[in-house]
Write a protein that binds this ligand. Structure first.
Ligand code: CAA
Ligand code: FAD
Length: 378
């Protein structure tokens, strides 16, 4: 965390966020669109391929650096933060970790630095927290599989060029028989069915995808046939660090605004920052932000060093997302009535915060993962 290399990366992304991202956040929230010009700049600066080795078109950074990037960008705009997180953790990471050399050479350069956006299609209308029961079926047609089903709530789903799709190659009622596929979204039958109108992260598109007999060559099977659930769950382990970082970025933005405001707002003849009631709120916010950052850095450190990190990633996501909800709520309280209006950014931070307790596994699911790990072998 205090490694000079990380300080340098944080400074660099922080400057980019302050000049290129934060000034656009209110408009992105209002219009529901991240400007293509900003997405181009994310690619140009290496933020879309930070974790990917240089030989595959990426910036060759580690996961800790990637988490810092997601945190800092999310401090400016939570929608832009999750664009990067879903693209990196959920689409490129499984290709890098489970893909063949040919698959890495074919798909990673475009994703890391060529402007191609990635998405991850696991959830379905009837399979959210329990993805083992997903119903999308991949029928073996000899040279290729034909995928049919509906995927729900897919981040980047409207704009993605490449999708990781989880489908059953054997009909079962549980996770056995799930296979992971790399799907080119231009393939006939890959259709955006509807876009969700959401509470927050309004610049991030959330699509329902209809897979209508989508032909996927067997060369695009990711990992082994029937082993897709492990691909999905290990992908989510890393993804949860990304969402924890997004939550931390949102919390930091709300905290900084509330702190500054409290020094400027005068009531009862003095700035409200001189009231102990306000100071205690700021103290709690500051402490929860520090704890979130340490949990994220710890999980990233374990991942970067090839150590088990499933429990620690769930802990980071659970704590950082719930802390983000508390911090953004208290930030509005510090601003009083102004905090409740769209003239001030804290109401956006509050709306953006909530999703971090839901996607990539709800808080309840994180507790299940943490408890299962704690009780293992006891
Ligand atoms: N890594 C690899 N394999 C794992 C694993 C992990 N972290 N955790 C479990 N497994 C394996 C188990 O070893 C087991 O393997 P075997 O069949 O060989 O024994 C298999 O997976 C099944 O394990 P469980 O019985 O524990 O699985 P389960 O069906 O009870 O589910 C769960 C466990 C933790 C609840 C899991 O279903 C889960 O994480 N649910 C939440 C889903 C989720 O997070 N969805 C996010 C969608 S993406 C998204 O949201 C993106 C975004 O917003 C941007
Ligand atoms: P449900 O599973 O129906 O859960 C409802 C409630 O029951 C929750 O409170 C849950 O915690 C609780 N619950 C369920 N099971 C248990 C249990 N065993 N014990 C205790 N409580 C339980 N998915 C993707 O695949 N790719 C994406 O890119 C993606 N992006 C998303 C973006 C957005 C904006 C949203 C809203 C969702 C996204 N998702 C994505 C889906 C997301 O991962 C799911 O919404 C989430 O996993 C919860 O599933 P669910 O909505 O079906 O809720």
């Amino acid at each position: 965390m205090y490694n000079p290399q990380y300080t340098e990366i944080r400074d660099l992304v922080s400057k980019f966020t302050d000049t290129e991202v934060a000034p656009l956040a209110a408009k992105i929230d209002h219009d529901g669109v991240i400007p293509q010009d900003l997405i181009n700049k994310l690619y140009e600066n290496g933020f879309m391929g930070s974790y990917i080795p240089e030989e595959f078109g990426g910036a060759g950074m580690d996961y800790t650096s990637y988490a810092i990037i997601v945190e800092e960008i999310s401090r400016g705009c939570a929608s832009t933060g999750v664009l990067i997180s879903a693209h990196t953790s959920l689409c490129m990471w499984p290709i890098l970790s489970f893909g063949t050399t040919e698959q890495k050479q074919k798909f990673l350069p475009g994703l890391a630095s060529g402007g191609v956006i990635g998405c991850f299609c696991l959830s379905e209308p009837n399979a959210g927290s329990d993805p083992g029961t997903l119903a999308t079926f991949a029928e073996d047609k000899g040279d290729y599989y034909e995928l049919s089903g509906t995927k729900n709530f897919i981040t980047n789903g409207k704009d993605a060029g490449i999708a990781i799709v989880l489908a059953k190659t054997t009909k079962t009622n549980d996770h056995k028989g799930i296979t992971a596929f790399i799907v080119d979204t231009k393939t006939e039958g890959f259709q955006v069915q509807k876009l969700e109108d959401k509470l927050g992260i309004k610049g991030s598109t959330t699509a329902q995808i209809w897979l209508n007999k989508v032909k996927v060559p067997k060369a695009n099977i990711l990992g082994e046939v029937g082993k897709g659930f492990k691909v999905a769950l290990s992908t989510l382990d890393g993804g949860r660090i990304g969402i924890a970082a997004q939550a931390l970025g949102i919390a930091e933005a709300a905290f900084r605004y509330a702190k500054k405001y409290s020094k400027e707002r005068v009531q009862f003849g003095k700035p409200i920052s001189e009231l102990q009631a306000i100071q205690f709120k700021l103290a709690d916010m500051s402490t929860e932000i520090a704890a979130s950052r340490l949990l994220i850095m710890h999980a990233s450190y374990l991942k970067d060093n090839g150590l088990p990190y499933s429990k620690e990633a769930a802990q980071a996501k659970l704590f950082a997302s719930e802390a983000c909800m508390r911090i953004t709520t208290q930030a509005i309280q510090v601003l009083g009535g102004n905090g409740y209006t769209k003239e001030y950014p804290c109401e956006r931070h509050f709306r953006d915060a909530k999703i971090t307790e839901i996607y990539e596994g709800t808080s309840e699911i994180q507790r299940i993962v943490i408890a299962a790990n704690e009780l293992k072998g006891v």
